[in-house]
Design a protein around this ligand. Structure first.
Ligand code: SF4
Length: 700
């Protein structure tokens, strides 16, 4: 058994997957580990199939327990063979040194993940800036939360997914969900929605697909993908025309409304109906519901955000919420539903190309001075901002790009847009090291693979979708031969001759608290003990005696003048529109029984029973036109690549749209199809829309 000291023991911890971070109680030791849901404030005894199945993977036969290196270090086509840590780390350090010597400091890069703990994300950012002295670090949250973060910072001066507790959803009279499907992605969260609807609340879902969430709503608006901005501007147009604007709130708490008022003048309802496909009557019902609710909430998620105009689209929904006086009003507001387990904390502690810990800007001299002092380095030695995730990947192996890359907790070969291009860039690297617990599609390409500890085997903190900082607790020892990512980074830094990197999570958390002190995401008043005693703490917590901040913006926004900022935004066409060659719209997303790039969930026997094959959704009319039968194999083709799926014919999708899940790689890689057109502010790729051709390949 892997129980500490033999026997069994139970540990309170959290599901490893999504941002709801459901509380669980694990039993581990002499027998294979099991878990049961806990009565934690977010899930209150609920758990989805992903969470239930998570312990299966801890002892999975494909689990990596020894480092892997190429049999011939000069030939990446030679097989990966097991090695000692000594040999593996020697190779990593030798590659770093050679690249630095031949190509400069910025030619060594780091790529992190939103599944890392706060401590690991912090340590990874510090490792890049202090041990490697490179500007080249970014992470997969750029593909997830960056547009919402960009809009929230622009509008409110601060980005925390939900600026209010999840429980507020149960109390709201009206909730509008834009491009969000929690019934499939985080089912236990539905209890808050269900409680509201049982009280008679109006729930309006805006999604090109009639998802499980949409089916449970009181109203479903089904716009064409990438027209959400026009829809939001249209709703604001109606609010102005109908006198529904909260003028007192706008005058007291915001700036910039006049420009927005002028900007939406052209978004009259029947034009918006033509642009989006949403009938005028549904537009009106949505605005009137939001305006008349005593408590009204607008939530956006990836459906609205993963576009080349993702920041502006999110801003358009924030503009509407501001005009109706929602943000900062008790029980009301705008929020974004975070995706990855530590999608929130992952973006706060310095693994983003443009940020330092505490959610500070890397270009801000005061922020640099503060963090440099905590790190014991000269602020002038800290690198500046680097390239965003896709741009970093797209420059791999090129002149001026990264040549030696360290990837931690990310499977970019499946999750990055235009995945075939990214795979070819990964092959162009001089050296690739990947830390993971399974041989992911990215790890398969590596020169060195480092086996890391899984969630139940490590200590750390995560920050959930509400900004609640909670503890991941160690329930069992890692398998012999496996190392925690904190220890790995401390070891690598030591071998590079740089001191000051601890392998102990609580020590790193205390340092993270000091580094974040005074910044927007201030953790300095949080300790592991307080998290234990208070069921997590909502940041900011600027002092040991501070109670935390469940609700933000009640008095003022985090802008210099304390007012929220309206921002005029205009609908722009998607980068790719259907044409004769690629006549339909492709959108991508998740299914209930798989998670992200599938590195874990595709290996789970119980989840594979539920979602074994990737299925593309097509409307019956489209299927008929193309001669496609239920479960037939179809090929989707875009300007970037092709991928095959089984057809799932359903009238839940618009006839002009095809949906493909992105959890698979290889011949069923949805991201082999997606468009890497980037948002100018957030650098978010256009995952949610491109032009596609569909053809039948054969029978199931
Ligand atoms: Fe895990 Fe999210 Fe499912 Fe909860 S909802 S069990 S956190 S995947």
């Amino acid at each position: 058994g892997r129980g500490p000291g033999g026997g069994t023991r139970t540990t309170a911890t959290h599901c490893p997957y999504c941002s709801l971070q459901c509380g669980v109680t694990m039993t581990a030791g002499d027998r294979p580990a099991t878990l049961v849901p806990a009565d934690f404030p977010t899930n209150r005894g609920g758990l989805c199939s992903k969470g239930w199945s998570a312990p299966e993977l801890l002892d999975h036969p494909e689990r990596l327990t020894r480092p892997l290196v190429r049999a011939d270090p000069t030939d990446r086509t030679s097989p990966l063979v097991e090695s000692s840590w000594e040999v593996a780390l020697d190779r990593v350090v030798a590659a770093i040194r050679a690249t630095q010597r031949d190509h400069g400091l910025d030619a060594v890069g780091c790529f992190g993940g939103g599944g890392l703990t706060n401590e690991q994300a912090y340590q990874f950012g510090k490792f890049a800036r202090v041990a490697l002295r490179t500007s080249a670090i970014d992470y997969n949250g750029r593909f997830c939360m960056s547009s919402a973060a960009g809009a929230a910072i622009r509008a409110f001066g601060l980005d925390r997914g939900l600026p209010f507790p999840l429980a507020d959803i149960a109390e709201a009279d009206v909730v509008v969900l834009v491009g969000s499907n929690p019934a499939d992605t985080m089912p236990p969260a539905m209890q808050w929605f269900d409680a509201g609807r049982a009280r008679g609340a109006e729930h309006i879902v805006i999604d090109p697909r009639r998802t499980s969430t949409a089916r449970n709503a009181t109203l479903h608006l089904q716009p064409l993908p990438a027209t959400d901005l026009a829809l939001a501007n249209g709703l604001l147009h109606i609010a102005i025309a109908e006198g529904l604007v909260d003028e007192a709130y706008v005058a007291a708490r915001t700036t910039g409304f006049d420009a927005v008022r002028a900007g939406v003048a052209g978004y009259w309802p029947d034009r918006v109906e033509r642009l989006t496909g949403v009938p005028v009557e549904q537009q009106r019902r949505t605005v009137f519901a939001l305006a008349r609710g005593r408590r009204s909430i607008v939530l956006t998620a990836r459906g609205a955000e993963q576009h080349r105009s993702g920041v502006d689209t999110t801003q358009a929904w924030i503009n509407l919420a501001l005009a109706l006086g929602l943000p900062g009003r008790e029980g009301s507001g705008w929020g974004t539903v975070t995706g990855q387990g530590n999608g929130q904390g992952g973006r706060e502690h310095g693994q983003k190309a443009d940020q330092l810990p505490g959610y500070r800007k890397i270009t801000d001299p005061a922020a640099r001075a503060h963090v440099a002092a905590v790190w014991g380095v000269d602020p002038d030695d800290l690198p500046g901002p680097g390239r965003s995730a896709f741009e970093l990947l797209d420059a791999l192996g090129t002149e001026g790009g990264v040549r030696t890359l360290l990837v931690m907790a990310s499977n970019v070969a499946v999750s990055a847009p235009d995945a075939r291009r990214v795979i070819s860039r990964l092959r162009d690297l001089d050296f690739l090291a990947v830390s993971d617990f399974f041989l992911s599609e990215t790890a398969e390409l590596a020169d060195v693979v480092l086996p890391s500890a899984m969630w139940a085997e490590e200590e750390g903190t995560m920050t959930n979708l509400e900004g609640r900082v909670l503890r991941r607790r160690r329930a069992m020892d890692p398998p012999a031969g496996v190392r925690d990512d904190l220890q790995l980074l401390a070891e690598l830094a030591g071998r590079l001759g740089v001191a000051g990197f601890s392998g102990d999570a609580e020590t790193v958390f205390t340092e993270l608290g000091r580094a974040s002190a005074g910044g927007p995401a201030d953790y300095s008043g949080i300790t592991y003990r307080r998290i234990d005693e208070e069921q997590g703490l909502f940041w900011p917590v600027p002092a040991a005696e501070h109670p935390g901040t469940p609700r933000l913006f009640t008095e003022r926004f985090a802008t210099p003048d304390g007012r929220a900022r309206f921002w005029r935004v205009e609908q722009v066409d998607a980068h790719e529109r259907p044409d004769a060659e690629y006549p339909y719209v492709l959108t991508t997303g998740r299914v209930l029984a798989q998670y992200q790039s599938g590195t874990q969930t595709r290996r789970s026997r119980s989840l594979q029973l539920v979602a074994p094959t990737p299925r593309a959704e097509l409307h019956p009319d489209l299927a008929r036109t193309l001669g496609i039968g239920q479960h037939d194999v179809v090929e989707l083709a875009t300007r970037r690549g092709r991928a095959r799926f089984h057809a799932l014919i359903t009238d839940a999708i618009r006839p002009d749209v095809v949906f493909a899940p992105f959890h698979w790689g290889g011949g069923s890689s949805a991201n082999a199809l997606t468009d890497p057109a980037l948002d100018p502010t957030s650098r978010m790729p256009a995952f949610k829309v491109c032009a596609v051709a569909v053809s039948r390949v054969g029978e199931p």
